[in-house]
Design a protein around this ligand. Structure first.
Ligand SMILES: CCCCCCCC/C=C\CCCCCCCC(=O)NCC(=O)O
Ligand SMILES: [Zn+2]
Ligand SMILES: [Zn+2]
Length: 476
């Protein structure tokens, strides 16, 4: 048998490993990995039904495509609530308070028949975009964060400041097993976080009339929620001898009253005022003049579109309506579910009161299903480490973008983290252009290949920027 000296074998092994690393960086493109992730249908169908086969497959994928992370002696990996992931990356300077990056693996259902240009779990590339459920909510962050860490580890990086990565598997059903248990675990370990960054607002481009150039809105809070069930019971009977009003008709009128009488425009009472103060210098004529009357601006410019309207009021969404069993039988029962997203300056109790007074019909039973108050407002001043580091990172990667605080109109896993940190931000640097609001939980969810690369760079830069001990002192 041939015998080789140990040093030669060592050298060959080193060469092989080196070639492998280079091949990985150049051949296994980050965007291909995002595509593979999108193809796994990690759907949360309802509070009690998730695709656990897909969640297991996703776990296997992460271990396979991020070998540095999962073999590193530096990174500690734990599964939480069966399918969520908690990664701990200890820093070399343990006195620096850690931060945490969040994202979620699960997605909402998608049906190609709703009008997708490409099948929703195909990750097909069309005109420079990857199409698929999860490309903007929120596999771009899951894969972007891990890709950034994998690259850093490949370069031999050791952070100075410790950080955590939390990847929830049930965010789309409120995070009861994922985020909630990750928080419990961190609390039991006495962890306090300098800041938390989760999915949320984006880089707006061309969606607010009069705003010149793109604006990155960092969510410093998120809206509250109230879900109510409305129901009407009436005696059943023959459809040939109907009463003046059916249970369906009574319920439909109640729902119509809620839709017609929107909750008040509260522009100026919450952090959305700060959004426009930060962006004011980017408005052109005649908007700049209107901007000086912010209340007028809010009704003229913001109330018209669903996404900007959601910024200024508690929104009302009738999401489910069920009744009737047969075409010739008067329905004995009709029910509807209405989901409200509560503006920062209102409380859950105030909204419930308004719902009842708007419906104002004894025949309609109003039951509270679930809800919570709007989340606390995180700091966004010059001295706030998390906000300023995120802002700096946005400017590093997108120099042309104006950064401003905003309210996240949807809810995120980060709402479970309030006991771990006062400074929670909701932002991912996806570009959001006219028409994109319909892609969130809708059809043709997509991300441009270039944007995904920017997202990886953003997290790569954020991890390094967060290593600074203190923010630079005030400019003189
Ligand atoms: C200056 C005006 C700004 C317009 C503001 C609207 C911006 C909307 C941008 C992005 C959409 C945000 C979605 C947030 C993530 C939602 C996560 C989610 O789906 N959670 C579940 C849920 O809320 O039910
Ligand atoms: Zn999401
Ligand atoms: Zn979502």
């Amino acid at each position: 048998m041939l015998r080789y000296p140990g040093w030669l074998l060592g050298y060959l092994w080193w060469l092989l490993k080196g070639c492998y690393a280079v091949a990985r960086v150049f051949l296994v493109d980050a965007r291909v990995l995002l595509g593979v992730a999108v193809k796994i249908p990690t759907v949360s169908f309802s509070a009690s039904e998730q695709n656990t086969t897909a969640l297991k497959e996703f776990d296997q994928l992460l271990r396979r495509v991020f070998p540095k992370i999962f073999s590193s002696s530096l990174v500690q990996h734990e599964m939480v609530g069966n399918y969520s992931h908690l990664l701990t990356v200890p820093g070399s300077e343990p006195d620096l308070e850690p931060y945490m990056l969040l994202a979620h693996i699960d997605v909402v259902p998608a049906d190609e028949a709703d009008g997708w240009d490409a099948p929703p779990f195909s990750a097909q590339e069309l005109n420079g975009f990857i199409y698929g459920r999860g490309t903007i909510d929120n596999k771009q962050s899951v894969m972007g964060i891990l890709q950034a860490l994998e690259y850093l580890l490949e370069q031999g990086y050791t952070p100075r400041r410790s950080f955590y990565i939390g990847l929830g598997h049930d965010e789309e059903i409120s995070g009861p097993q994922g985020a909630v248990n990750i928080v419990k675990l961190l609390k039991s370990r006495g962890v306090k976080l300098l800041y938390v960054l989760d999915e949320g607002l984006t880089i707006m481009d061309g969606v607010v009339d009069g705003l010149i150039g793109p604006g990155a809105l960092i969510g410093v809070s998120e809206k509250g929620q109230a879900t109510v069930k409305l129901s009407v019971s009436t005696p059943p009977g023959h459809s040939s001898m109907p009463p003046r009003e059916s249970s369906i008709g009574i319920l439909a009128s109640a729902v119509t009253r809620l839709e017609k009488n929107r909750m008040p425009n509260l522009f100026g009472h919450g952090p959305e005022r700060a959004t426009f103060e930060h962006l004011a210098h980017k408005f052109g004529w005649p908007y700049r003049m209107v901007m000086s009357n912010l209340w007028l601006f809010s009704s003229l410019v913001l109330e018209g579109q669903p996404d900007t309207n959601a910024f200024v009021r508690t929104t009302t969404a009738v999401t489910m309506f069920n009744s009737g069993v047969k075409i010739n039988v008067m329905p004995a029962y009709a029910e509807a579910f209405v989901n409200f997203r509560i503006h920062s300056s209102q409380t859950l109790q105030e909204v419930l009161k308004l719902i009842k007074s708007t419906i104002s019909d004894e025949r309609v039973k109003v039951e509270f299903v679930s809800g919570f108050d709007p989340l606390p407002i995180s700091s966004y001043d010059e001295d706030t480490f998390g906000y300023q580091i995120i802002k700096k990172t946005v400017h590093d990667i997108f120099p042309e973008v104006t950064v401003s605080p905003g309210i996240c109109v949807g809810n995120t896993d980060s709402r479970h983290y309030t006991e771990l940190s006062p400074d929670i931000y909701r932002f991912a640097p996806s570009w959001y252009k006219p028409g994109d609001s319909a892609r969130f939980h809708g059809v043709n969810e997509r991300i441009s290949i270039q944007n995904y690369e920017e997202i990886v760079l953003f997290y790569f830069q954020l991890m390094q920027n967060s290593d600074i001990r203190n923010l630079p002192g005030p400019r003189t």
